[in-house]
Write a new protein. Sequence first.
Length: 75
Amino acid sequence: MIRSQSAITDQERSTRRADVDESLATLKLEGLEPCAETQSLGQRYIDGELTVMELGAEIRLLNARNFRPVSLSRD
């Protein structure tokens, strides 16, 4: 697991919270319900424990553990 421990400002925390809230709302609009682990990763990002790159990597690892790969046609 990737870990980052940099302090963030209140403004950055607010921006991150808005970004996570928007992402979760988009999932819900698509009929998906984010699991507790996904929500926990979002909170770790908001709290400054993860960078956006680390968050993406953690989400990809979570998806790889929980879902099989999907082949997409290039046609």
